[in-house]
Write a protein that binds this ligand. Structure first.
Ligand code: ADP
Ligand code: MG
Ligand code: MG
Length: 907
């Protein structure tokens, strides 16, 4: 192990690449930040010299019980010597000191890792000599106290307050409001105070030896990989726990050397809207995290053009090169030291759902990326977010007029959130998780250890910080609506309330946060769903997605208006129309009940004849809406008792009438009660329903088929292209189909003859009973299509009743790891999925042209959609609202599983 190379200079990236191959592996070894610094160095971008201790070193350190692996420290010292050569300075030399920062950086950027420590190498001796050399003791002691403070809190784990309180007291005593009023002597005094804090808290002195500082900082970064914050974040973001973090040691450059210096953070495109425009903040005469921390009010990046024109021009030049190089929007950090620009970080920037779509489409149109890449850049969840509710514009207008806008801040992460406010992360998480409340987390600003509360919250509000603050970045990444920097809001963490313009809101009370506009409203605002037709970029992206996918997306729709919506969302067919909904309408239910109560086939037929025109009209509407596309209509499925009045209520009525001696209508009620009792089943889910009911009482489905074909014929005559597909539910044996299907086909052909038109149609079945999946080869002899009803198929494969399972034990099963996920949300691929795979294979052996789809709720779940792609489905069918999400997921499945695809998973 001693000959393992654990440390690479920023200028050694060629060597790393040669060793580990593709860029993804370079990022894995050097971490994202280290790889970016090295890559920029290679490209000739001004990066302060430095080096990276690899993630492999971190893993080895942790594996060996917190011991540096053999050779690592020596290599770190050697790299420091090289850095000294490159800078012409010397680490720890009071006459010409080299100062460095120590920065963590894992493969995927993650808040929760150790914070950066700046100004390492400062001690009493170097501070004094630097003060003389620069002639700027104020700057020097400001820097020194920062080191002592950061070292104390970040490396030694002393709470921030231990440093913040004495500083606040000192300023109060001096009558200062701002840090800028502090003089050199003041900072010097504070440095001493901070050193005393360390001594008091830790029992040892702040290390004066720069190498001791470096060693402890390196160890702290390694250790932070397993810190609670980092582990929580990785769990939430689905990042593997064995990647480790790298340590970057980087020569300090100073943005706090006067008014020709500064520091900033910028995105090469607007991370909220996607607009192609530099977006960011900077501060003159400031260092490091000052911009992000939101302590001082920042300047907009474009103002730098007039303040430091040369540096700004170089900056624009570099960032546009970086964007071209990485083919993506970059999030950069820079510092200007006495007019000279230094780049300190570049990475692909986090963005909102809207920005993700806009940028992907723009970049493909600019030729920066391919259409495939554009389709892969947006996640199905992001599409979901875009179709999520916004505040109802009318309600917003009304609130504005009535002065119900409580506060305004920076619109950091779009979307509408309504919830009860809580002032700390633990409480927010508790109220959301344990008390199932909609929660808005309210803080002056957030830090990495607040992330669990932010993830649990529906929305976030801060009173400090800007569009690049911690709260904003995290909220955007996770799609949580967020308003930051609402400075009129005064938050009192002690009394747990906030006030703005004299209005007090207490913990637990409701507010509404509009992350799209930055408005905060009192109380609960109503929301509306946004229109897809208005989202031009999303429509373009989905069009590209359709060109790339093999699976079609259909929709489950019972009514013509649902079908129209589905079609406008891009559905290519109706995969499930549930006909029983049509029986429940008030005008029809009495007829349905008459039909059920009638003792004779003739009586039933009479009632059904009355229903026929209703059903025909329903189907005509569907065929019309789906002109040219297939429409799958499922014959009646639920058990008959569902159409009848509630047994208990009826019994009460009968008893009451008997007690009161009322006779009028009593006999009818008693008869009805007796029939309902006759229909009673102890387990209706497994009782007389689906095809069983059709065989028991064929008149209903005979009427339905007649209605379907009459409607189809009438529409055909009007010039509509109809493709009816009749679906028989709950088949368990092919014998059931053999019994019912020929009767129904006879009706179909008879209707077409009567009407004198011909059109294509199909008869098929749902596969929702395991026996049907197992005997699919037989079933396919009759069925021309299969549609997986994965809700029932999951229930019956597991033997769970869905409602009971979700209410009683599923949560615990998932928490205990007995099930990886709720199988009613994400398809159980090993069990239910195996049945599906088998059914497709066996079915197509019998009937190669067999059409296969899925109509359970899984049809809208991206993981399940990917599975359907692999199994060989022709389509997935989902709720109209999820059609756009499914279209993207279908394309991504195709791209991921194309032979030789570069899009295989790697998180
Ligand atoms: P994060 O991962 O939180 O972005 P960074 O390591 O990038 O942490 O650094 C935190 C802050 O310190 C950033 O503002 C960064 O620009 C600044 N910084 C880091 N290293 C240096 C350096 N060598 N010189 C000046 N500023 C630095
Ligand atoms: Mg940080
Ligand atoms: Mg950074």
């Amino acid at each position: 192990m001693a000959d393992t190379k654990w440390v690479y200079l920023f200028n050694e990236v060629d060597e790393v690449e040669k060793k580990v191959g593709k860029w993804d592996n370079v990022r894995a070894l050097l971490g994202g930040k280290g790889a970016g610094l090295a890559d920029m160095t290679r490209a000739g971008v001004p990066v302060p010299p430095g080096f990276t201790v690899t993630t492999a070193a971190c893993n080895a350190y942790l594996a060996e019980g917190n011991k540096f692996p053999a050779g690592m420290w020596e290599q770190e010292l050697a790299a420091m010597k090289e850095t000294e050569k490159l800078t012409g300075k010397k680490f720890g030399d009071p006459n010409n000191p080299l100062l460095v920062s120590c920065r963590s950086g894992a493969k995927f950027s993650m808040p929760g890792m150790m914070d950066t420590v700046l100004n390492i190498g400062m001690n009493d001796a170097t501070a004094e000599s630097l003060a003389k050399m620069t002639g700027d003791p104020r700057f020097v002691f400001d820097s020194y106290r920062r080191l002592v403070e950061m070292f104390g809190s970040v490396v030694l784990g002393i709470p921030d307050e231990a440093f913040e309180h004495p500083l606040a007291e000192y300023k109060a005593k001096k009558g200062y409001k701002l840090d800028t009023e502090m003089t050199a002597e003041d900072w010097k005094a504070i440095t001493e105070t901070f050193k005393a804090v360390i001594k008091r808290e830790k029992g040892f002195d702040f290390p004066q030896d720069p190498y001791e500082q470096l060693r402890l900082a390196t160890e702290a970064v390694f250790g932070s990989w397993n810190g609670k914050r980092a582990v929580d974040y990785r769990n939430a973001a689905g990042i593997a726990h064995d990647l480790g973090t790298a340590v970057n040691i980087c020569t300090m450059v100073f943005g706090n050397m006067g008014n020709n210096s500064g520091t900033g953070v910028a995105f090469t495109r607007d991370p909220a809207t996607g607009e192609k425009k530099m977006y960011g903040d900077y501060l003159i005469n400031a260092q490091g995290e000052d911009v992000v921390a939101g302590i001082r009010n920042t300047e907009k990046i474009e103002n730098l053009a007039s303040e430091m024109p040369a540096a700004y021009k170089e900056f624009l030049d570099i960032t546009s090169k970086l964007e071209n190089h990485y083919h993506d929007m970059q999030d950069v950090e820079f510092t200007i030291e006495r007019g000279k620009l230094w780049m300190l970080q570049t990475r692909s920037g986090k963005r909102t759902a809207k920005a993700a779509v806009t940028m992907a489409v723009d970049m493909a149109n600019e030729g920066l990326i391919s259409k495939e890449e554009a389709v892969m850049r947006v996640t199905p969840e992001q599409v979901d977010t875009l179709l999520h509710p916004q505040f109802d514009p009318k309600a917003v207008d009304a609130a504005k007029k009535e002065g119900r806008i409580y506060a305004k801040g920076v619109n950091a992460s779009p979307g509408a959130a309504v919830g009860q406010i809580y002032f700390d992360a633990d409480k927010a998480e508790e109220m959301a998780k344990e008390h199932k409340q909609a929660v808005i987390m309210v803080r002056p600003f957030t830090k990495p250890d607040d992330v669990h509360g932010m993830l649990a919250a529906k929305g976030i509000l801060t009173s400090e910080g800007g569009a690049t603050s911690h709260a904003a970045v995290v909220a955007r990444q996770f799609g949580v609506p967020c308003v930051v920097g609402a400075s009129m809001v005064k938050i009192d963490l002690e009394t747990r309330q906030m006030s703005a313009n004299g209005v007090v809101v207490k913990e637990g009370e409701w507010i509404s946060v509009d992350g799209t506009t930055g408005n905060v409203f009192l109380g609960q605002m109503p929301t509306t769903a946004p229109k897809l037709e208005e989202q031009v970029d999303l429509l373009t992206l989905l069009k590209w997605a359709d060109e790339l996918s093999r699976l079609q997306v259909w929709a489950n729709a019972d009514y013509p208006k649902d079908a129209q919506r589905a079609r406008s969302y891009g559905a290519k067919g109706i995969g499930l129309c549930r006909t029983e909904h049509m029986f429940f309408e008030p005008a029809r239910l009495p007829i349905v009940q008459d039909m059920i109560l009638s003792d004779t086939s003739a009586g039933r037929t009479e009632a059904l004849d009355k229903l026929l025109p209703f059903q025909r009209a329903d189907f005509a509407g569907l065929f019309n809406a789906m002109d040219g596309y297939p429409v799958i209509i499922r014959l009646i499925d639920p058990p008959l008792h569902e159409f009848m009045p509630d047994e208990e209520k009826l019994l009460e009525e009968v008893i009451e009438m008997r007690v009161k001696g009322e006779t009028k209508g009593l006999a009818e009620k008693e008869k009805l009660l007796a029939s309902i009792r006759g229909l009673h089943e102890s387990n209706p889910m497994l009782g007389l329903r689906g095809v069983r009911l059709s065989i028991y009482m064929p008149e209903i489905v005979e009427m339905q088929v007649r209605a379907i074909f009459e409607a189809a014929a009438d529409e055909t005559k009007k010039g509509i292209v109809v493709k009816p597909e009749v679906m028989i539910p709950l088949t368990g044996t092919v014998k059931e189909l053999e019994w019912i299907q020929p009767r129904l086909i006879r009706i179909a052909t008879q209707v077409m003859e009567e009407k004198g038109v011909q059109f294509d149609y199909k008869f098929g079945t749902m596969i929702e009973i395991p026996r049907a999946a197992i005997t699919a080869g037989e079933i396919a002899k009759l069925a021309e299509f299969f549609s997986f009803g994965t809700n029932d198929l999951t229930q019956m494969t597991f033997g769970y009743s869905r409602d009971d399972a979700e209410r009683n034990f599923l949560v615990k099963y998932v928490a205990e790891g007995i099930l990886p996920k709720n199988p009613f949300q994400t398809l159980d691929q090993e069990g239910v999925g195996r049945l599906m795979r088998m059914a497709v294979e066996e079915g197509r052996k019998t009937r190669p042209s067999l059409e296969v789809g899925i109509c359970g709720e899984h049809g809208g779940d991206p993981d399940s959609i990917e599975f359907c792609h692999l199994v060989g489905n022709n389509y997935v069918s989902c709720s109209p609202f999820r059609v756009p999400i499914a279209r993207l997921a279908a394309a991504q499945a195709a791209l991921k599983h194309k032979p030789g695809s570069s899009y295989a998973e790697d998180k």
